[in-house]
Design a protein around this ligand. Structure first.
Ligand code: ATP
Ligand code: MG
Length: 294
Protein backbone atom coordinates (compact mmCIF):
# COMPACT_ATOMS: atom_id res chain seq x y z
CA UNK A 1 0.00 0.00 0.00
CA UNK A 2 1.28 3.50 -0.83
CA UNK A 3 1.61 6.02 1.95
CA UNK A 4 1.62 9.81 1.59
CA UNK A 5 5.45 9.76 1.62
CA UNK A 6 5.42 7.75 -1.63
CA UNK A 7 3.35 10.28 -3.52
CA UNK A 8 4.77 12.98 -5.71
CA UNK A 9 2.60 16.11 -5.68
CA UNK A 10 -0.96 14.97 -5.20
CA UNK A 11 -0.33 11.68 -7.00
CA UNK A 12 -2.66 12.80 -9.80
CA UNK A 13 -5.70 12.71 -7.53
CA UNK A 14 -6.34 16.48 -7.48
CA UNK A 15 -6.94 16.05 -3.79
CA UNK A 16 -7.12 19.79 -3.13
CA UNK A 17 -9.76 20.17 -5.85
CA UNK A 18 -11.75 17.30 -4.39
CA UNK A 19 -11.66 18.74 -0.88
CA UNK A 20 -12.75 22.18 -2.12
CA UNK A 21 -15.59 20.63 -4.13
CA UNK A 22 -16.83 18.60 -1.18
CA UNK A 23 -16.64 21.69 1.03
CA UNK A 24 -18.73 23.71 -1.42
CA UNK A 25 -21.30 20.94 -1.70
CA UNK A 26 -21.57 20.71 2.07
CA UNK A 27 -21.98 24.48 2.38
CA UNK A 28 -24.76 24.62 -0.20
CA UNK A 29 -26.64 21.83 1.67
CA UNK A 30 -26.21 23.54 5.04
CA UNK A 31 -27.36 26.91 3.72
CA UNK A 32 -30.81 25.44 3.04
CA UNK A 33 -31.24 24.21 6.61
CA UNK A 34 -32.34 26.77 9.21
CA UNK A 35 -31.39 25.09 12.48
CA UNK A 36 -28.95 22.26 13.10
CA UNK A 37 -29.14 20.64 16.52
CA UNK A 38 -27.05 17.72 17.81
CA UNK A 39 -28.43 15.37 20.48
CA UNK A 40 -25.79 13.70 22.59
CA UNK A 41 -24.81 12.38 25.96
CA UNK A 42 -21.39 10.85 26.07
CA UNK A 43 -23.14 7.86 27.65
CA UNK A 44 -24.58 5.01 25.59
CA UNK A 45 -28.10 3.65 25.83
CA UNK A 46 -29.72 6.60 27.61
CA UNK A 47 -32.29 7.23 24.87
CA UNK A 48 -30.52 9.63 22.49
CA UNK A 49 -31.97 8.06 19.35
CA UNK A 50 -35.47 7.55 20.80
CA UNK A 51 -35.61 11.15 22.01
CA UNK A 52 -34.20 12.46 18.71
CA UNK A 53 -36.91 10.57 16.81
CA UNK A 54 -39.69 11.84 19.07
CA UNK A 55 -38.45 15.42 19.10
CA UNK A 56 -38.45 15.20 15.29
CA UNK A 57 -42.01 13.87 15.45
CA UNK A 58 -43.12 16.80 17.63
CA UNK A 59 -41.37 19.36 15.40
CA UNK A 60 -42.98 17.82 12.30
CA UNK A 61 -46.34 17.85 14.07
CA UNK A 62 -45.89 21.62 14.51
CA UNK A 63 -45.50 22.07 10.76
CA UNK A 64 -41.70 22.06 10.47
CA UNK A 65 -39.73 20.33 7.76
CA UNK A 66 -37.41 18.00 9.64
CA UNK A 67 -34.44 15.80 8.79
CA UNK A 68 -32.29 13.51 10.92
CA UNK A 69 -28.67 12.67 10.25
CA UNK A 70 -27.78 9.41 11.98
CA UNK A 71 -24.22 10.19 13.05
CA UNK A 72 -24.00 6.88 14.90
CA UNK A 73 -22.23 5.04 12.11
CA UNK A 74 -21.46 1.86 14.02
CA UNK A 75 -24.82 1.48 15.77
CA UNK A 76 -27.27 3.20 13.43
CA UNK A 77 -30.85 3.13 14.70
CA UNK A 78 -32.71 6.08 13.21
CA UNK A 79 -33.83 4.16 10.09
CA UNK A 80 -35.28 1.44 12.28
CA UNK A 81 -37.08 3.93 14.52
CA UNK A 82 -38.59 5.84 11.58
CA UNK A 83 -39.62 2.83 9.52
CA UNK A 84 -36.93 3.05 6.83
CA UNK A 85 -35.08 -0.26 6.57
CA UNK A 86 -32.07 -1.10 4.48
CA UNK A 87 -34.36 -2.59 1.82
CA UNK A 88 -35.13 1.02 0.80
CA UNK A 89 -34.21 1.78 -2.83
CA UNK A 90 -31.74 4.63 -2.61
CA UNK A 91 -32.29 7.13 -5.36
CA UNK A 92 -29.12 8.79 -6.69
CA UNK A 93 -29.98 11.93 -8.64
CA UNK A 94 -27.70 14.56 -10.23
CA UNK A 95 -28.04 16.61 -7.07
CA UNK A 96 -27.05 13.77 -4.71
CA UNK A 97 -28.59 10.95 -2.81
CA UNK A 98 -32.26 11.34 -1.95
CA UNK A 99 -32.81 10.89 1.80
CA UNK A 100 -35.09 8.15 3.10
CA UNK A 101 -38.56 9.38 4.01
CA UNK A 102 -39.64 8.14 7.42
CA UNK A 103 -42.84 8.55 9.42
CA UNK A 104 -44.44 12.01 9.18
CA UNK A 105 -42.28 12.80 6.15
CA UNK A 106 -39.12 13.11 8.25
CA UNK A 107 -36.06 12.90 5.97
CA UNK A 108 -33.32 10.64 7.17
CA UNK A 109 -29.87 9.48 6.20
CA UNK A 110 -28.30 6.62 8.05
CA UNK A 111 -25.47 4.18 7.48
CA UNK A 112 -28.06 1.43 7.97
CA UNK A 113 -29.70 2.37 4.66
CA UNK A 114 -26.40 1.69 2.88
CA UNK A 115 -25.84 -1.80 4.28
CA UNK A 116 -26.75 -5.01 2.49
CA UNK A 117 -29.09 -6.46 5.09
CA UNK A 118 -30.45 -5.72 8.54
CA UNK A 119 -27.86 -8.10 10.04
CA UNK A 120 -24.87 -6.54 8.24
CA UNK A 121 -22.42 -4.74 10.56
CA UNK A 122 -20.40 -1.72 9.47
CA UNK A 123 -16.91 -2.89 8.46
CA UNK A 124 -14.41 -0.08 7.99
CA UNK A 125 -11.64 -2.23 6.60
CA UNK A 126 -10.71 -5.84 5.94
CA UNK A 127 -7.18 -5.17 7.11
CA UNK A 128 -6.24 -6.86 10.38
CA UNK A 129 -3.76 -4.12 11.19
CA UNK A 130 -6.10 -1.13 10.84
CA UNK A 131 -5.15 1.35 13.52
CA UNK A 132 -7.69 3.17 15.63
CA UNK A 133 -6.66 6.50 14.11
CA UNK A 134 -7.13 5.19 10.57
CA UNK A 135 -10.62 3.91 11.44
CA UNK A 136 -11.40 7.22 13.09
CA UNK A 137 -10.38 9.12 9.92
CA UNK A 138 -12.63 6.87 7.86
CA UNK A 139 -15.49 7.52 10.27
CA UNK A 140 -15.12 11.30 10.02
CA UNK A 141 -14.98 11.09 6.25
CA UNK A 142 -18.10 8.92 6.13
CA UNK A 143 -20.04 11.39 8.30
CA UNK A 144 -18.98 14.25 6.06
CA UNK A 145 -20.10 12.33 2.99
CA UNK A 146 -23.45 11.33 4.50
CA UNK A 147 -24.05 14.99 5.28
CA UNK A 148 -22.77 16.46 2.02
CA UNK A 149 -23.99 13.85 -0.45
CA UNK A 150 -27.57 13.80 0.82
CA UNK A 151 -30.00 16.07 -0.94
CA UNK A 152 -31.69 17.32 2.25
CA UNK A 153 -33.45 20.15 0.43
CA UNK A 154 -35.01 23.01 2.44
CA UNK A 155 -35.34 22.06 6.11
CA UNK A 156 -36.37 23.95 9.24
CA UNK A 157 -34.52 21.52 11.50
CA UNK A 158 -31.76 18.99 10.99
CA UNK A 159 -31.33 16.86 14.11
CA UNK A 160 -28.09 14.96 14.49
CA UNK A 161 -28.31 11.74 16.47
CA UNK A 162 -24.86 11.37 17.98
CA UNK A 163 -23.07 8.18 18.96
CA UNK A 164 -21.90 7.71 22.56
CA UNK A 165 -18.59 9.42 23.40
CA UNK A 166 -17.91 13.06 24.22
CA UNK A 167 -15.21 13.37 21.53
CA UNK A 168 -17.60 12.92 18.60
CA UNK A 169 -18.73 16.52 18.70
CA UNK A 170 -15.35 17.66 17.25
CA UNK A 171 -16.16 16.22 13.86
CA UNK A 172 -19.73 17.53 13.76
CA UNK A 173 -18.61 20.99 14.87
CA UNK A 174 -16.01 21.12 12.12
CA UNK A 175 -18.60 20.06 9.55
CA UNK A 176 -21.31 22.38 10.86
CA UNK A 177 -19.71 25.41 12.52
CA UNK A 178 -23.07 27.18 12.79
CA UNK A 179 -24.59 24.44 14.96
CA UNK A 180 -27.56 26.04 16.79
CA UNK A 181 -26.59 24.00 19.82
CA UNK A 182 -26.49 20.61 21.45
CA UNK A 183 -29.04 18.92 23.64
CA UNK A 184 -27.48 16.72 26.31
CA UNK A 185 -29.36 13.66 27.52
CA UNK A 186 -28.90 11.66 30.72
CA UNK A 187 -30.78 9.19 32.84
CA UNK A 188 -30.79 9.84 36.60
CA UNK A 189 -28.25 7.12 37.48
CA UNK A 190 -25.01 8.38 39.05
CA UNK A 191 -22.98 6.68 36.29
CA UNK A 192 -24.87 8.40 33.48
CA UNK A 193 -24.64 11.76 35.25
CA UNK A 194 -20.89 11.22 35.68
CA UNK A 195 -20.41 10.64 31.93
CA UNK A 196 -22.75 13.36 30.67
CA UNK A 197 -20.87 15.86 32.84
CA UNK A 198 -17.73 15.16 30.80
CA UNK A 199 -19.66 15.81 27.61
CA UNK A 200 -20.98 19.11 29.00
CA UNK A 201 -17.45 20.15 30.02
CA UNK A 202 -16.13 19.24 26.58
CA UNK A 203 -18.79 21.32 24.83
CA UNK A 204 -18.11 24.26 27.14
CA UNK A 205 -14.39 23.99 26.37
CA UNK A 206 -15.15 24.07 22.65
CA UNK A 207 -17.65 26.95 22.95
CA UNK A 208 -20.50 24.81 21.59
CA UNK A 209 -23.82 26.29 22.76
CA UNK A 210 -25.64 23.90 25.10
CA UNK A 211 -29.39 24.22 24.70
CA UNK A 212 -29.92 22.22 27.87
CA UNK A 213 -30.11 18.84 29.53
CA UNK A 214 -32.97 16.37 29.15
CA UNK A 215 -33.48 13.86 31.93
CA UNK A 216 -34.76 10.68 30.31
CA UNK A 217 -36.33 7.77 32.18
CA UNK A 218 -36.69 10.20 35.08
CA UNK A 219 -39.72 8.34 36.42
CA UNK A 220 -41.78 5.34 35.45
CA UNK A 221 -45.25 5.96 34.02
CA UNK A 222 -47.82 3.19 34.33
CA UNK A 223 -49.44 2.77 30.89
CA UNK A 224 -52.73 1.82 32.57
CA UNK A 225 -53.23 4.64 35.05
CA UNK A 226 -50.57 7.23 34.02
CA UNK A 227 -49.23 7.28 37.65
CA UNK A 228 -45.51 8.05 38.04
CA UNK A 229 -42.89 6.42 40.29
CA UNK A 230 -39.07 6.58 40.60
CA UNK A 231 -37.00 4.27 38.36
CA UNK A 232 -33.36 5.08 39.26
CA UNK A 233 -31.76 6.29 42.46
CA UNK A 234 -29.32 9.14 41.93
CA UNK A 235 -28.71 12.75 42.86
CA UNK A 236 -31.35 15.17 41.60
CA UNK A 237 -30.35 16.00 38.00
CA UNK A 238 -31.30 19.65 38.66
CA UNK A 239 -28.19 19.87 40.87
CA UNK A 240 -26.03 18.88 37.90
CA UNK A 241 -27.58 21.53 35.66
CA UNK A 242 -27.10 24.16 38.38
CA UNK A 243 -23.47 23.17 38.91
CA UNK A 244 -22.71 23.26 35.17
CA UNK A 245 -24.90 26.36 34.67
CA UNK A 246 -26.99 24.92 31.86
CA UNK A 247 -30.79 24.83 31.52
CA UNK A 248 -32.76 21.76 32.62
CA UNK A 249 -35.08 21.44 29.64
CA UNK A 250 -37.02 18.22 29.98
CA UNK A 251 -38.06 15.41 32.27
CA UNK A 252 -39.16 12.42 30.21
CA UNK A 253 -40.55 9.38 32.01
CA UNK A 254 -39.76 5.76 31.25
CA UNK A 255 -42.77 4.62 29.25
CA UNK A 256 -42.93 1.13 27.76
CA UNK A 257 -44.86 2.51 24.79
CA UNK A 258 -41.73 4.42 23.64
CA UNK A 259 -40.07 1.17 22.54
CA UNK A 260 -43.33 -0.56 21.62
CA UNK A 261 -44.40 2.08 19.11
CA UNK A 262 -41.15 1.82 17.16
CA UNK A 263 -42.27 -1.71 16.21
CA UNK A 264 -45.74 -0.63 15.19
CA UNK A 265 -45.36 1.71 12.23
CA UNK A 266 -45.42 5.08 14.02
CA UNK A 267 -43.52 7.27 16.41
CA UNK A 268 -44.50 7.41 20.06
CA UNK A 269 -45.14 11.14 20.07
CA UNK A 270 -47.52 11.16 17.12
CA UNK A 271 -49.68 8.45 18.71
CA UNK A 272 -49.50 9.49 22.37
CA UNK A 273 -48.99 13.25 22.26
CA UNK A 274 -51.61 13.75 25.01
CA UNK A 275 -50.07 11.27 27.47
CA UNK A 276 -47.85 12.39 30.36
CA UNK A 277 -44.79 11.32 28.35
CA UNK A 278 -46.06 12.95 25.15
CA UNK A 279 -46.55 16.25 27.01
CA UNK A 280 -43.06 15.96 28.52
CA UNK A 281 -41.57 15.60 25.03
CA UNK A 282 -43.56 18.63 23.84
CA UNK A 283 -42.26 20.68 26.78
CA UNK A 284 -38.67 19.78 25.92
CA UNK A 285 -39.34 20.83 22.32
CA UNK A 286 -40.82 24.16 23.53
CA UNK A 287 -37.59 24.80 25.41
CA UNK A 288 -35.42 23.86 22.43
CA UNK A 289 -37.38 26.11 20.08
CA UNK A 290 -37.34 28.99 22.58
CA UNK A 291 -33.58 28.72 22.98
CA UNK A 292 -32.94 28.61 19.26
CA UNK A 293 -35.28 31.36 18.18
CA UNK A 294 -34.58 33.81 20.99
N1 ATP B 1 -38.35 7.22 27.82
C1 ATP B 1 -38.22 5.93 27.50
N2 ATP B 1 -39.13 5.01 27.93
C2 ATP B 1 -38.98 3.69 27.63
N3 ATP B 1 -37.98 3.19 26.92
C3 ATP B 1 -37.05 4.06 26.46
C4 ATP B 1 -37.13 5.46 26.73
N4 ATP B 1 -36.07 6.07 26.14
C5 ATP B 1 -35.39 5.09 25.54
N5 ATP B 1 -35.96 3.88 25.74
C6 ATP B 1 -35.49 2.56 25.28
O1 ATP B 1 -34.14 2.43 25.77
C7 ATP B 1 -33.35 1.73 24.82
C8 ATP B 1 -32.13 2.61 24.45
O2 ATP B 1 -32.62 3.75 23.75
P1 ATP B 1 -31.84 4.39 22.53
O3 ATP B 1 -31.39 3.37 21.57
O4 ATP B 1 -32.69 5.49 22.04
O5 ATP B 1 -30.58 4.96 23.33
P2 ATP B 1 -29.25 5.59 22.73
O6 ATP B 1 -28.75 6.53 23.78
O7 ATP B 1 -29.51 6.17 21.40
O8 ATP B 1 -28.31 4.33 22.63
P3 ATP B 1 -26.88 4.26 21.87
O9 ATP B 1 -25.90 4.89 22.80
O10 ATP B 1 -26.66 2.80 21.68
O11 ATP B 1 -27.03 5.00 20.58
C9 ATP B 1 -34.25 1.44 23.61
O12 ATP B 1 -34.73 0.13 23.74
C10 ATP B 1 -35.41 2.43 23.77
O13 ATP B 1 -36.63 1.94 23.26
MG1 MG C 1 -28.54 5.78 19.55
Amino acid sequence: MKTYEDLEGDGGSNIVGQVVQLGEKLRSRLDKIKYKVALMSGKGGVGKSSITANIASCLADRGNKVGILDADLNGPSIGHLLGVGNDVQLDMKDDGLEPGIGYQGIRIMSMDMLLKSADTPVMWTDADDATASWVSIMESTATRELMADTNWGELDYLLIDMPPGSDRIDNIRSLIPELAGVVEITIPSPLSQHIVTKSITKNNMMGVPIIGLIENMATYVCPHCDKEGKLFEGEDVHKLTERKEIPYIGKIPFDTRVSQTSQSGSLFYSTFRDSVTGKAIAEAVDNIQNFITK
